[in-house]
Ligand binder design. Sequence first.
Ligand SMILES: C[S@@+](CC[C@H](N)C(=O)[O-])C[C@H]1O[C@@H](n2cnc3c(N)ncnc32)[C@H](O)[C@@H]1O
Length: 352
Amino acid sequence: MRMRKKPNLVPRMEACGQYWIKEPERLKGKWRSLKPDAVRLRLELGCGKGRFTAETAAQHPEDLYVAVERAADAMVVAMERCRALGLTNVFFIDGDAAELDHCFANDEVDLLYINFCDPWPSVKHSRRRLTHEGFLRSYRKVLREGGEIRFKTDNRALFEWSLFQFPKAGYELSQVTRDLHANGVQGVMTDYEEKFYRLGTPINRCVGTKVKLPDVPVEESLNRALDGLECVWDELPPLPEQTGRYGRALKLSLLENGMERAGLELVEDCPRERTLWVGAFTVEPEARRTGLDVRLAQALARAAAAGGFHAVRLSCPEGENGDHAFWLEQGYGDLPSRQGQEDGQVMMELRV
Ligand SMILES: C[S@@+](CC[C@H](N)C(=O)[O-])C[C@H]1O[C@@H](n2cnc3c(N)ncnc32)[C@H](O)[C@@H]1O
């Protein structure tokens, strides 16, 4: 949505200071401190000028409502609407829906609204649609099990396409309608919705409920992600001291034109359940130059998540260059050092 830059935008935003959360990362896991008696936390992505936001928050004073909007000149109108109504249960983030997990903890959100998101009609931009499988999977992190995504759009093509995205990302569909207001206006309308309704455009709506995704074996996900390379897997016998303590030990050799380019050793449920331990990660220097190390690390993180693991863990030499810097760039963080840890090594973990 393109909007003219409103004059005096910053002073207007400052005047709505009680609604504007400038450092949302600081509230990660603590949003309910803004309304300790909140029954549910509702989140809206791309609230625009906020008619739906203000009216829904007003209708549900028992719930806490957070709206995310990346266009500040639209968000300011939404905040002014809430101020005019004297609402105390609604807050705004001027940010990107792609970064929800920086601001919300796992399972913190009960209900998520996507209303009339930009359709990005060109196929090459489909990943930008807020209902793309990739986005829907990212919302899973912050949405509790059984939590809902309520989606409305005037765009029939986007709607039909989205109906395929929801199940792939682990949502069960219900309340699917292609003419929400066929028998009179249903629920609170958004600004865009009202415009399309007046024009006689049918409004599409569905609800996606987060359900548990079946775990996919890590080999299967990695084989798929590393398409174009030959993946050779071996299941390693557990070391005597590991027998019965950990899950499967797997070795992957990645071949290109018959030449080994990279290798990976993994132990499942090590050192504790739902953690995937990386015992070895080797990539040939030439293959590193083509980015295979990053591709493999990213595929590993996705495979771990799809496999039902909560974290990937490894140990590497500490230092500003080399492996340590590489894993930091991939989003891994240092764990506090432990007794028995080898000198000069640092234990790192990525939550997935
Ligand atoms: C077509 S408008 C719809 C506004 C409102 N939901 C309505 O129905 O009236 C889409 C809104 O989503 C916002 N938006 C698009 N992508 C976004 C993203 N990744 N993060 C946050 N807001 C986004 C746009 O700035 C725009 O205000």
